[in-house]
Ligand binder design. Structure first.
Ligand SMILES: [Zn+2]
Length: 139
């Protein structure tokens, strides 16, 4: 194990521990690889901006929760939008699509960072929970 001072693509620096063998300069290569990505804070800020641009609600929670939740929904929402498109392409009728849209709108409006973290394991889990919440509202 060794400590390396690394510089992310965004220009922020950090000290990281790099494990493993170094017989062929593996650790230096690993250290250099940080230069190809943004630091966690900048990644979260970027995900947050992209989510805002996509019309998602502003999240509430601690900065750490919000950063985590941004990356979760930043991954899930495009997947779910794509699935909705898939349903449309495969002949879902207007009523079915309207139902999906209601659930997706509920997810877009989900402000709680903790909710996203609770449902982080799969987009389907999030979708199912959103569907149940929507049904409860309508009942
Ligand atoms: Zn940064």
């Amino acid at each position: 194990m060794a400590q390396y001072d690394i510089t992310y693509r965004c220009g922020h620096t950090d000290t990281v521990q790099i494990y493993g063998t170094n017989t062929h300069g593996e650790r230096e290569r690993k250290a250099a690889s940080y230069g190809y990505r943004d630091c966690p804070a900048c990644q979260a800020a970027k995900a947050g901006q992209a989510n805002k641009d996509a019309g998602l609600a502003t999240l509430e929670g601690s900065p750490k929760q919000v950063a985590w939740a941004e990356s979760i929904r930043g991954k899930f929402m495009p997947m779910l939008d794509q699935e909705r498109q898939g349903c449309a392409d495969h002949g879902a009728n207007a009523e079915q699509l309207a139902k999906i849209d209601t659930v997706l709108a509920w997810l877009r409006g989900q402000k709680s960072a903790a909710w996203w973290i609770d449902h982080r394991l799969s987009s389907h889990t999030a979708l199912r929970a959103a569907g149940q919440a929507v049904n409860k509202q309508e009942a």
